[in-house]
Design a binder for this molecule. Structure first.
Ligand SMILES: C=CC1=C(C)c2cc3[nH]c(cc4nc(cc5[nH]c(cc1n2)c(C)c5CCC(=O)O)C(CCC(=O)O)=C4C)c(C)c3C=C
Ligand SMILES: [Fe+2]
Length: 459
């Protein structure tokens, strides 16, 4: 690990709301990490895996629930205090939280990606967009009971994963770290340190990797770990994506198969996968693997259904676009209208980029898209629930954790240090950016033309 990666000028973001934030920067050099893409391989039961083993042989299994640690392994687990950190997006718990939550989201340089010379404007732009967008977002959260259910569901998933690990003879503390709302990743990391965890598995609750989700959360984590001498030495394994795991694919297929049975003519139903979109530039200019992983994921689920004799037609579309740029196509709303026009009468919506119910399933799909579909001529509408606490899914996540444990490595090498020179030049740069940033932000906010341009595109 090079010293430059450590001394890249971490400063708190300008934070007019006073919420705890940290800056992550996609251009910054990556640290060496034990990254673990959870892939599907033939079943092989792990025999006495030891955490001292550096190279990890991935051992996956065809049926969730098979994996457990034998006695030899258990004794080596006993040497470590294992932590599992679930990373998630977070959501406003009350309507008053909506604007500051949106501020945190848009202040993330992995969500609004400004060219380097303009990055100092991030805070001002986030403030502007969050204020303009808040009324529309509030309507959405009001329609689902006044806040996001994400914290409660993620806490329940954490508890279920802890119990599933326990059932496999692995004792672990499970933490929740949210990117944009409480409990923030920073809080979870403090607790991990307090609890003296000696081996950590990081499990983002996004099946597919995107720069805007897993990428953003992992960069926050890297920033926190490299600044802290204790954490820097804790072996960490990061499970970056897990959409291709048998347990996940089978669990999704189970849910779809079950829901199809609620239609009077299940064979006629169009299976409509609706994924959260990302701007096209992420995929085309920044190499975001999200779209490719999403397509592979759908193929795996459909193959599994086919192997069970379920031969329905299916389609993938992208929902929830925000702002004036091009997002991944086709767009969910446009496809629904086209399907209706083309005579599709029965449709089963399958949210596929997220494993909890949230505003985009409960409001956008269940209310907005359902209404649009019915208006467009679709007569029978159904929706597959999010995986949530589905036992086969939770068991598979526990297996993914166990499989990744031996590959954990410290995030920062012991020789890495922070140079004082670069610290002070960073401080000067920061003051200059703040000064010019404030002047520009002031001009931007005063300009009625800018305000209307943003409002028309964002609301
Ligand atoms: C895989 C999932 C997600 C991706 C990819 C993603 C990218 C992304 N999102 C925004 C903007 C917003 N997202 C919002 C809410 C939200 N986003 C996700 C998941 C992904 N986002 C979830 C699960 C949620 C809901 C959280 C909850 O409270 O239930 C919001 C706020 C809601 C709203 O106003 O619509 C915004 C805004 C961008 C710009 C982006 C990629 C660049
Ligand atoms: Fe989002």
């Amino acid at each position: 690990m090079e010293a430059t990666a450590l001394s890249s000028g971490l400063r708190p973001l300008p934070n007019p709301n006073g919420y705890r934030l940290s800056r992550s920067c996609s251009q910054r050099k990556s640290l060496p990490l034990a990254r673990f893409h959870s892939k599907e391989t033939p079943f092989k039961k792990p025999q006495g895996l030891s955490f001292k083993t550096k190279v990890f042989e991935q051992a996956h299994h065809p049926v969730a629930g098979d994996l457990s640690y034998d006695d030899t392994t258990r004794s080596s687990v006993g040497e470590d205090k294992i932590g599992v950190l679930l990373l998630n997006l977070g959501g406003p718990e009350t309507l008053n939280d909506v604007q500051p939550f949106l501020y945190n989201l848009f202040a993330d340089p992995d969500i609004i990606r400004l060219p380097r010379p303009f990055q100092f404007l991030q805070g001002a732009i986030a403030k502007f967009i969050s204020v303009v967008r808040a009324p529309k977002s509030k309507e959405g959260y009001a329609a689902i009971g006044g806040g996001s259910p994400l914290r409660k569901i993620t806490d329940e998933q954490a508890d279920a994963i802890r119990l599933a690990l326990q059932a496999k003879n692995v004792s672990a503390d499970v933490y929740v770290g949210m990117r944009y709302w409480f409990p923030f990743t920073e809080e979870a990391v403090q607790q991990i340190k307090k609890d003296k965890i000696t081996r950590l598995v990081v499990l983002p609750l996004y099946p597919q990797y995107s720069i805007s989700t897993t990428g953003s959360s992992v960069r926050v984590l890297q920033d926190l770990f490299r600044k802290d001498p204790y954490l820097a030495r804790v072996p960490v394994a990061i499970i970056e994506s897990w959409y291709q795991r048998r347990g996940y694919v089978n669990s999704m297929a189970d849910l779809i198969q079950k829901e199809l049975q609620t239609f009077s003519d299940p064979k006629e139903v169009m299976v409509f996968f609706s994924a959260h979109g990302v701007p096209v530039s992420y995929v085309e200019n920044s190499g975001d693997p999200y779209q490719k992983q999403m397509e592979e994921c759908i193929d795996l689920i459909m193959e599994e259904l086919k192997s069970r004799g379920v031969q329905n037609n299916h389609i993938l579309a992208y929902q929830s676009r925000v702002g004036p740029v091009q997002w991944l196509k086709p767009y969910t709303d446009e496809v629904l209208v086209d399907l209706g026009k083309n005579g599709v009468k029965s449709l089963l919506a399958v949210p596929v980029s997220f494993v909890s119910e949230h505003i985009e399933t409960l409001e956008e799909i269940d209310m907005e898209y359902r209404e649009l579909a019915l208006e467009s001529g679709i007569e029978n509408w159904g929706r597959v629930p999010a995986l949530g606490l589905t036992p086969s899914f939770i068991t598979d996540l526990a297996d993914a954790v166990i499989e990744s444990l031996p590959s954990a490595e410290a995030m920062v090498s012991p020789s890495a240090g922070v140079s004082e020179d670069s610290e002070s030049s960073d401080a000067f740069g920061y003051i200059m950016k703040m000064f010019f940033g404030s002047v520009l932000a002031f001009l931007l906010l005063l300009s009625p033309k800018m305000f209307h341009a943003f409002r028309n595109h964002l609301i």
